[in-house]
Structures are given as C-alpha cells and as structure tokens.
Write a protein that binds this ligand. Sequence first.
Ligand SMILES: NC(=O)c1ccc[n+]([C@@H]2O[C@H](COP(=O)([O-])OP(=O)(O)OC[C@H]3O[C@@H](n4cnc5c(N)ncnc54)[C@H](OP(=O)(O)O)[C@@H]3O)[C@@H](O)[C@H]2O)c1
Length: 317
Amino acid sequence: MSLYRSAAWLAKGLREYTKSGYESAAKDFDPDDLEVQVPGRAFLVTGGNSGIGKATATEIAKRGGTVHLVCRDQSRAEGAKGEIIRESGNQNIFLHILDLSDPKKIWKFAETFKQEHTLNVLINNAGCMVNKRELTEDGLEKNFATNTLGVYILTTALIPVLEKAHDPRVITVSSGGMLVQKLSISDLQSERTAFNGTMVYAQNKRQQVVLTERWAQQHPAIHFSSMHPGWVDTPAVRQSMPGFHARLKDRLRSAAQGADTVLWLALSSAAPLQPSGQFFQDRKPVPTHLPLARTSSLPAEEEKLMEVLGELAQRFK
Ligand SMILES: NC(=O)c1ccc[n+]([C@@H]2O[C@H](COP(=O)([O-])OP(=O)(O)OC[C@H]3O[C@@H](n4cnc5c(N)ncnc54)[C@H](OP(=O)(O)O)[C@@H]3O)[C@@H](O)[C@H]2O)c1
C-alpha cells in the first residue's frame, strides 16, 4: 500500500470514523427515518450475535421485524437470541447455525431457507480479519472465504427469494479500510506475497464494494448498498487490531452508532430513493476512492472478479 493512501486514510478516519465523527454527522440525520414499524418484513443478519450485527438485529426486533440470525457458534448465538428477545419483546427471532467460510454449507443453508422462509432484507454483516494465513477445510484462505466468497454465495443463492419479496434490499457491511486497496484478483488466496491480514481484509472489503455495484446493475428489482460503520468498539477490533484498539479506545464508536447506517439502509423509506449499488457512511453515499489514490479499477477487472467468483462458487454447489 502506498504511504500516501495510508496517511490520507488515517487522517480521514480520525476526522470521520470516530465517535465524534458520528456525533457531528448525526446532526444532519432525520430522526423520523428510523421511526418505523416493520411487522411482516423478514431480515437475515449474518454475525447477528455480536457487535454491529447484534445491535442491528436488536433494533429491527424492537420494530417488530422477523429476524433470522445466521451465526457460527451455537452457544454465543443462543445467548444473543435470548438477549434480543428479552430486550425487544419480539418472539420472531430465528437462529441458523452456519459457518460463512464453508461454501458448501452456505449453498445448502440457502436451499433450505428458500423453501421455508420469505426474505425482504439480507444484511451481510459477518466478517473477520485473520492475521495469519489460515486455510479452511476446502483449502480457501480464511478471510477471503468468509468476507468475499461467503458473501458472494449467500447473496447469489438468496437473490431468487429476495426478488419475490416487496421492497427487497441487500446491505453489505464493508469497511472504509477498503479505500487503501485497488481491486486485485490476481491472488485471491493470498499465496504469492508476504501475508498481511489487514491488507487482505481491506482487499476483501474492496471486493464487497465492487460486488455491490455489479449486483445493482444485474438485479434492478433489489436495492443493494455497501457501507462503512466507522471505527467501532467490538470484539473483532479488540482481537484482530489490539494496538489500534488500545490507541483509539475512547474515541471508538459504540455498536449502536456503528449499526445506525445499517439500520437506516435496512429500514428507512429514504434509503431506496437513493440509486442502488452505492457505498454509504453515516446515512450518506460517499466516494469509493480517496482523491489521487489511483484505486479505480477497469470494468473488465470487475467483470473478471464476478466471473472468477462465479466459477469458484459453482465448484462447491
Ligand atoms: N468494528 C469496526 O470498527 C468495523 C469497521 C469496519 C467494518 N467492520 C465490519 O463490521 C462487521 C461486523 O463486525 P464487528 O465489528 O461488529 O465485530 P464482531 O462483534 O466481532 O462481529 C463479527 C461477527 O461476524 C461473525 N463471524 C465471523 N466469521 C464468521 C464465520 N466464518 N461464519 C459466521 N459468522 C462469522 C462473528 O461470529 P463469532 O461471534 O462467532 O466470532 C460475529 O458474530 C464485519 O464485517 C466487520 O468487518 C467493523
């Protein structure tokens, strides 16, 4: 990564991604946007047992929505489900155990889900930053398997059920960290260069932004968005970036603040008035490239990403 990109990103982050950045942006929010009730609408939240995902699931439950939590760990997931029911009084909270780094299981899950449920809003929230190169049982690099291929397969598999729903939406929790990366598809499994988990994560998050733009073009009946939650105090940040967490601790956003734009995209009637496929921060579409950072990709490179993921995904079907 160029020094320019990292310095420009850090300066932007300290201004905008912190708690004070949220408080300043929130002065322009319309509080009525989230004063909605959504009984009868179904929301699937991946990683809904923790951090931003749990805050999102709880607020949706409070507004009467049916919530499908998709989580990998039974006991953490059951604990979260109980808390969400207690806090919201909403009994329509369903649990599905699924490891999103396992492509075969994602296809299988989606097949069953489609037969048993309807879905209005898919929230691709689960994500990881694994700092050592780890492979899944299928030989996939763990960050790529979870953040890119998992999101690709789950979304692709659920598009038919979303297309049957009223006002369908897909929100993918990406990261402002993607601003330091130009789309690259030459080494999706991170085999060829020294492994840097932070950069692999940022590349995966760039891929999610490109996927969102492409899906928006391919599926006009669904409203797609990607978003950056800001820098949020969650287990992921504590575990994967302990130095960053220690330095910024008091300046990090709460999970509720991180979830605000996810909720706005999922619930408000204002969100779908925006063009589909954009990247949001604090309820506003924002550029997907830093000025002068040379991170833009060619349409052919983006098409290639779709093609490569499509082929890889089919191998596990
Ligand atoms: N926090 C930030 O500052 C920040 C900034 C930018 C973007 N984000 C993004 O926000 C999203 C939510 O993260 P968070 O910060 O709220 O962290 P978190 O509280 O640690 O939540 C991450 C969630 O993802 C789940 N997950 C991870 N790998 C999974 C897998 N293979 N299968 C199923 N679930 C899996 C975790 O499950 P377990 O509980 O079982 O581990 C957890 O529920 C992520 O996509 C992250 O990249 C966060």
